[in-house]
Design a protein around this ligand. Structure first.
Ligand SMILES: Cc1ncc(COP(=O)(O)O)c(C=O)c1O
Length: 450
């Protein structure tokens, strides 16, 4: 029997009757009725669906060992007296299809450097995605500018391009769209607004290595793209970051900013600093780890993609589970996390946190994504600071607060559930366990909220 396409109503009816698994011909045993302890939720004392382990991360690559030992013995530990950082920059630019790459100490410093290099300054405003890691807007504060959050589209988990233009003021200088979880933003629409209003576009691609949009890699779609290589990332080095761009003068300035203001190409001069900068340099050891990790990045990305597509196809058949939709023009996600939405009313109104706990108890590690960070305490603290009160008028800050209402993002935060990227490096039978566990919870939803 082939897979039957169920309407939403049929699916709900089938699920209630306990026949959903049978109707859609899953390759695993459908959970029909709760007959014994095996079918009882693990959260309530039943057996867990997945008793095995999951792939660990990061994975140490032996090709790094010889080169790191050699570098250690040479005493050439920093970019000032070794070639590995420059070598990594060349390789990463090639991999991404960009003219230039600058390696940095972290994704955060890549973003700070890019904004500063484009001239983002005290009193400016930058439009930014709210569904993201805190660094995406902290870097705007660090440049003494105002982050203006644009609502999210809960279906794509991304900035809603239709909401950008209305938030532009005469102080707006840049847009910082975030390809969160590796999901490409609809960059044509972002770039169109940016060009119309003469704004720079800095892509936060800190979770989006090898994601693709209309045939190009994320990070090459705006004026500059920033990446993170922190330990959890799909391309890890403990810490690390990079900026890529085709804009030569911008990249020269980035080099200076990340290297104490020294001119592009010079490493250790002790006077004659033409512009202000700091020390955001990558170390040699980070570059060597990254070069070795690059041996596996494409293969890993392909495995994650195949498993994610499998999950998309299976999970969308379970009532109340909505896999994330790719934005228009997006061709592949990097799946730093695999996201889906949980609709509690289809699960006997069990709160998301209960579902997350139930799924974890079944042996499937998952988490509940980002919170509504546009309401975080640090924002009010900053807006109330002496400096921000000098930089922005009372009426501008009042308006900012009135407009900082993001219903799409609130909905997304309340519904999102995620699997970490290394879960997607598991086997097909691991993926089947994920689907079985969610189907089991769906079947047992009456006891979930009992
Ligand atoms: C979306 C996003 N932006 C920025 C960063 C900052 O990168 P880093 O931790 O390397 O400073 C991260 C890191 O987790 C991130 O996920």
């Amino acid at each position: 029997m082939g897979t039957k396409k169920l309407t939403r109503r049929q699916a709900i009816t089938a699920a209630s009757a306990g026949t959903l698994g049978a109707m859609i011909n899953w390759s695993f045993r459908p959970f029909t009725i709760v007959k014994n302890d095996q079918d009882k939720l693990a959260l309530l004392g039943g057996n867990k669906v997945h008793g095995g382990t999951w792939p660990e991360w990061p994975v140490w690559d032996v090709t790094a060992e010889k080169n790191i030992t050699e570098m250690l013995r040479s005493g050439k530990w920093w970019r000032g007296n070794g070639d590995h950082v420059a070598d990594f920059e060349k390789k990463y630019a090639e991999l991404m299809g960009a003219k230039r790459c600058l390696a940095t100490a972290s994704g955060t410093t890549a973003l700070i450097t890019s904004l500063k290099s484009f001239g983002v300054d005290a009193g400016d405003e930058v439009l930014v995605s709210p569904y993201t890691f805190i660094a995406s807007y902290n870097v705007i504060f660090m440049n003494k500018a105002l982050p203006v959050f644009i609502d999210s589209d809960p279906e794509t988990f991304l900035i809603d391009p239709s909401k950008i233009e209305s938030r532009i003021t005469d102080r707006t200088v840049a847009i910082l769209p975030v390809h969160i979880y590796g999901l490409p933003v609809d960059m044509d629409r972002v770039n169109t607004v940016a060009r119309k209003h003469n704004l720079k576009v800095v892509e936060d691609a800190c979770q989006a290595w090898l994601a693709e949009y209309r045939g190009k890699k994320t990070g090459t779609l705006g004026d500059a793209g920033c990446f993170s290589f922190q330990n959890s990332k799909n391309l890890p080095a403990g810490e690390g970051g990079a900026i890529i761009s085709n804009n030569e003068s911008f990249m020269d300035r980035c080099y200076s900013i990340h290297n104490c203001g020294r001119p592009f190409g010079s490493v250790a001069r002790t006077s004659d600093y033409p512009i202000s900068g700091s020390n955001f340099r990558m170390q040699q050891i980070q570059a060597l780890i990254l070069i070795s990790q690059m041996n596996r990045i494409q293969k890993d990305a392909d495995i994650r993609l195949a498993n994610a597509l499998y999950l998309d196809a299976k999970l969308k058949e379970i009532p109340g589970i909505i896999p994330c939709k790719l934005a228009d023009g997006a061709e592949r996600s990097a799946y730093h996390l695999y996201p889906f939405r949980y609709i509690s009313k289809e699960f006997n109104n069990a709160p998301k946190e209960k579902f997350v706990r139930a799924l974890n108890a079944e042996g499937i590690p998952c988490s509940s994504g980002y919170g509504p960070q546009n309401k975080d305490g640090l924002i009010e603290e900053t807006l109330n600071s002496k400096g921000y009160k000098r930089l922005f008028s009372e009426s501008r800050l009042r308006q900012w607060r009135e407009e900082n209402v993001l219903p799409g993002n609130d909905k997304l935060c309340s519904e999102a559930v995620t699997f970490y990227q290394s879960i997607l490096l598991g086997s097909r039978s691991d993926m089947e366990d994920i689907v079985r566990a969610i189907a089991k919870i769906c079947e047992n939803r009456a006891s979930l909220n009992g």
